[in-house]
Design a protein around this ligand. Structure first.
Ligand SMILES: Cc1ncc(C[n+]2csc(CCOP(=O)(O)OP(=O)(O)O)c2C)c(N)n1
Ligand SMILES: [Mg+2]
Length: 600
């Protein structure tokens, strides 16, 4: 067996079925071996970042490690944005790059030249900060041990991407011996009894508790146990974006997603609690805001996480923390004493839910007499299958989706931490290839779609029935909204200085069915059940805002458009979040809720 054939055999033995590729001289042997292996298939992309994003999506929808292959130099460096998506969101993925022959490499000459072999780039060194492990192998024995090792690292503990760089001579060498399979790696964690006792202690002091559902619950596959615990202990709960997708959002205790773009009711409850139990969320600054000192100021915050470094970051915040392997969480929850919840808190939580949950509306669209993005997302929510896979891109679009879409059995995801423009389309392709039986929808902004627009040819080539929805506001809406707040509505490089093409003509060029939606009612079920791809162009005003949205310096329960003092006080019934005199004066003087974002 050659090195290339060994890699293919290894992939088949660990259960991979698909390899996402863009070829080149340094990886052609490996792709050839993939093609010749009966258990594997390859899918070509038109940019390596798409292949990496598709590999990232495989785990999100199947729980199997996705695989991307690229050539040396530019092929390898193009993977980087997709690899970072996996790293920041704890997604295991395996990236295999071809490298120049070792006899041609710069190390062979013993001089520190920039490059020796054609397209030689030290990719393993370059991706170290965005992978759990990255290595170049230099012998057949290393190929065997390092593939197994890298794979084990990717899929253990807090998961993440790995990269193995394989010189062409190793790909062609004879590899003696059996395939080495990945070992089970131990996870450092506190015992279940310790964690149960600590959580019980926090909850025993609490009268106004709330739980925060993070991505770690779904990543560990323990969502059913957590739902049971939340139901029986009658704990209200909120969610991060990445947490949203692992439970039915219609659960009676669920109040919505929190943070900068969070639901107002969920934010009020979190900010007024006296105990916040955080399960598997890294509380990034889209949740706590740029100023963590404004977060849950009246609460004991208790975080349970699998990553020690994430817990160490709270050393100045006074949080309680437990390092824990979430796969054991069911045991812990069984032993946690339920809290004694005040009736006033129950009433308040119900009131906040009634007032704000599912009530997302676009005052900007209303004012401009145009389509509301929230109505469009709700319409999509109604029309897609209950277990559809929905991938969101970035910008205002990803916010609208996470604010208004309610998950039933759907898989809703985005590359939340890295959030590159262009993620949704290739990730949707990866999802469709990995889960062909499920309906797949990509929702992208008109700007973001362009960063991987070439993958429309990939869905056309395979006639993949993916609905590509474009939330078309003719601009980079989220950046415009930022410029409204901080640049006096100068739309430099967000609307001015570039242009976007006609999506109907673009779809025609790719031979893809096209629907232009001026009114949400025009979105019909057949668009989502078509046999092939469709591009659905949802026309919005360029001034459509994300509502609500936090502006810099405010706590997450004081989002724009600003609530009148009376409603603000109702929301902050238990904890005081005073607005400063200066801020109140600005509110009085300019009424920013109405005046801004109308510059043509
Ligand atoms: C690769 C990359 N470059 C730049 C950005 C910064 N950025 C974030 S959102 C955005 C605009 C997105 O525009 P569009 O996709 O049309 O979404 P909208 O906000 O209009 O809904 C930009 C430039 C990014 N996230 N990713
Ligand atoms: Mg846009």
């Amino acid at each position: 067996m050659t090195g290339a054939e060994y890699i293919a055999e290894f992939l088949a033995r660990v259960g991979s079925k698909h390899v996402f590729v863009l070829t080149g001289g340094a990886c052609a042997f490996m792709i050839d071996a993939v093609e010749r292996h009966p258990a594997l298939a390859y899918t070509c992309f038109h940019h390596e970042q798409s292949a990496a994003m598709a590999a990232d999506a495989v785990w999100r929808v199947t729980g199997k490690v996705g695989v991307a292959m690229a050539t040396s130099g530019p092929g390898a460096t193009n993977l980087i944005t997709g690899i970072a998506c996996s790293y920041f969101d704890s997604i295991p993925s395996l990236h295999i790059t071809g490298q120049v022959n070792q006899r041609e490499s710069n190390s062979y000459h013993g001089a520190n030249v920039r490059q020796s072999g054609f397209q030689e780039t030290k990719i393993a060194e370059m991706v170290k900060p965005i992978t759990k492990y990255a290595v170049m192998v230099s012998t057949p024995e290393e190929l065997r041990s390092e593939l197994a090792n890298a794979y084990a690292i990717a899929s253990s503990g807090r998961r993440g991407p790995v990269l193995v760089d394989v010189p062409m001579d190793i790909q062609q060498m004879d590899i003696p011996g059996d395939v080495v399979l990945p070992p089970d790696l131990p996870i450092a964690a506190e015992p279940a009894e310790t964690v149960a006792a600590a959580l019980s202690a926090t909850l025993s002091q609490a009268r106004r508790p709330v739980a925060l559902w993070g991505a770690g619950i779904g990543l560990a596959g323990v969502e059913h146990a957590v739902i049971d615990w939340l139901s029986t202990s009658e704990l209200p709960f909120v969610s991060s974006w990445a947490g949203l997708s692992s439970f039915d959002n219609a659960h009676p205790n669920f109040l919505g997603q929190i943070g900068v773009y969070g639901n107002r009711g969920a934010n009020f409850v979190l900010q007024n609690a006296d105990a916040v139990i955080v399960l598997g969320s890294r509380l990034d600054n889209r949740q706590r805001s740029g100023n963590p000192r404004n977060f849950a100021i009246g609460a004991k915050v208790h975080v349970v996480d699998v990553d020690e470094e994430e817990l160490r970051k709270y050393h100045n915040d006074g949080y309680s923390t437990n390092l824990f392997d979430f796969r054991q969480l069911p045991q812990v929850l069984k032993a946690v004493q339920p809290p004694k919840i005040d009736d006033t808190w129950r009433d308040y939580v119900a009131e906040m839910k009634d007032r704000y949950f599912g009530k997302e509306r676009s005052t900007s669209a209303l004012r401009l007499n145009t389509q509301s993005p929230y109505d469009a997302i709700r319409r999509i929510n109604e029309l897609v299958a209950e277990d559809a896979i929905v991938v969101a891109d970035t910008g205002a679009t990803v916010c609208w989706v996470h604010q208004a879409f309610k998950v039933k059995r759907h898989k809703l995801f985005t590359a939340g931490g890295n959030s590159p423009m262009g993620y949704a389309l290739p990730a949707a392709i990866g999802a469709k290839v990995a889960a062909p039986g499920r309906q797949v929808i990509a929702i992208s902004g008109d700007g973001g779609l362009h960063l991987n627009i070439h993958e429309l040819q990939t869905i056309k080539h395979h006639n993949l029935p993916i609905a590509v929805i474009v939330m078309n506001n003719g601009s980079y809406g989220i950046i415009k909204q930022f410029q409204d707040s901080y640049c006096d509505s100068r739309y430099t490089a967000s609307r001015d200085g570039f242009s976007l093409p006609d999506f109907g003509r673009l779809a025609e060029a790719y031979g893809i069915r096209y629907a232009r939606i001026e009114n949400v009612e025009e979105m019909t079920p057949d668009l989502f059940t078509a046999a092939g791809p469709v591009l659905i162009d949802v026309i919005l005003s360029e001034h459509t805002l994300i509502e609500p949205k936090l502006e810099m310096g405010r706590p997450i329960n004081d989002q724009y458009p600003y609530l009148p003092a009376s409603e603000y006080a109702i929301g902050n019934r238990f904890v005081d979040y005073p607005r400063s005199e200066d801020f109140l004066k600005v509110l009085d003087d300019s009424d920013p809720g109405r005046d801004r974002n109308t510059r043509a």
